[in-house]
Design a protein. Structure first.
Length: 334
């Protein structure tokens, strides 16, 4: 089994930590603004918006600790690194979002049976929408950083903050209707709508992280790897199969069988497999690890073997076959 690994750059690490710190500090300031808005307006909808921002702060705090842990290099106790903590953080955030939805629902139902008049709804609404806009800008920054540097923590946090903006805008439109019409019964309905939306968002995050933690097949990742395999010069590699791939936070781990001409010496086969693994690692980047296993051709692939000098060829070369998801994940006979 052969292995190639691309090292980590410290610059992305600093940027990831800066992004999550920005999310935490910004979240605290926005939470204070939303709590004040909900208090002066005494609105169920604005209270639900403030409670969602509480989740933002808790998730960012947990995400900061998780990101610091995830940046630790692989060691004896964790030979595959610490990247999977990012999926735990994502599941935690999804759980918090769903919990917020439940608490909003309970709070709203209580206020339905024990109503109180809304006071400074206009001012509270303006403050809440402004805070939501700040959340949206912050979320976009965090999400783009997470995508660029392959951090599940930042991606989940960014999605949550952008979701917060959508929530604030929907509530804003609904509360404007309350202001114009006096339909105060619409306020708890809006809050219940927010709670159901949060249930859905939280469930999706937990589902995604659970699939990753259980090493479920990732079709998107497989497709990306297949594309890279078709770009790599094969030279003495005839084909590849039994591809298995996992995402450990930012890092990609790949296991792959490569088929080489059976007459090659052990050293030549080793060098060719190493070269192929290094090329794939370079394509994947950001801390990827590729393990390759060598299979002899046993004259089964002569028609697709481009090594024309082969002394044991049984059939004429007809052309290289393009890799596909089905062909590279197929279990071999070697």
């Amino acid at each position: 089994m052969l292995e190639e690994k691309i090292g980590h750059d410290t610059t992305p690490k600093r940027l990831r930590l800066t992004a999550i710190l920005t999310s935490l500090i910004g979240g605290i300031l926005i939470l204070c603004l939303k709590i004040y808005a909900a208090k002066i307006a005494d609105s169920s909808a604005l209270r639900s918006d403030a409670l969602e921002s509480t989740v933002n702060v808790l998730a960012a705090a947990f995400g900061l600790g998780s990101l610091i842990f995830a940046e630790k290099p692989a060691d004896k106790d964790h030979p595959y690194g610490h990247g999977k903590i990012e999926y735990f953080a994502q599941a935690f955030e999804g759980g918090l979002i769903s919990l917020a939805g439940f608490l909003i629902l309970i709070d709203t139902l209580i206020r339905v049976f024990h109503p109180s008049p809304m006071d400074e709804l206009g001012l509270g609404l303006k403050l809440s929408v402004f805070a939501g806009a700040l959340n949206g800008l912050l979320g976009l920054l965090i999400y783009v950083t997470g995508k660029k540097y392959h951090s599940q923590i930042l991606i989940a946090d960014g999605i949550h903050l952008i979701t917060d903006l959508v929530t604030s805008l929907v509530l804003g439109v609904g509360l404007v209707v309350v202001l114009l019409t006096g339909w105060t019964w619409l306020d708890p309905i809006l809050a219940i709508g927010v709670s159901l939306f949060l249930f859905s968002t939280g469930f999706k995050l937990v589902q995604h992280s659970s699939n990753a933690l259980l090493d479920a097949e990732n079709p998107t990742l497989i497709t990306k790897i297949v594309g890279f395999l078709n770009e790599i010069p094969r030279r003495s590699v005839i084909t590849a199969h039994e591809l298995k791939a996992q995402q450990f936070g930012r890092d990609t781990h790949v296991d792959l069988h490569v088929v080489v001409p059976e007459y090659l010496s052990i050293k030549d086969a080793h060098d060719e497999s190493d070269r192929f693994a290094a090329d794939l690692s370079q394509k994947l980047g950001h801390g990827s690890v590729v393990h390759t296993h060598i299979d002899p051709c046993e004259r089964e692939y002569c028609s697709e073997c481009s090594f024309l000098e082969c002394p044991i060829r049984a059939n004429t070369f007809q052309g290289l076959k393009t890799f596909s998801s089905d062909s590279v994940t197929k279990m071999g006979t070697h």
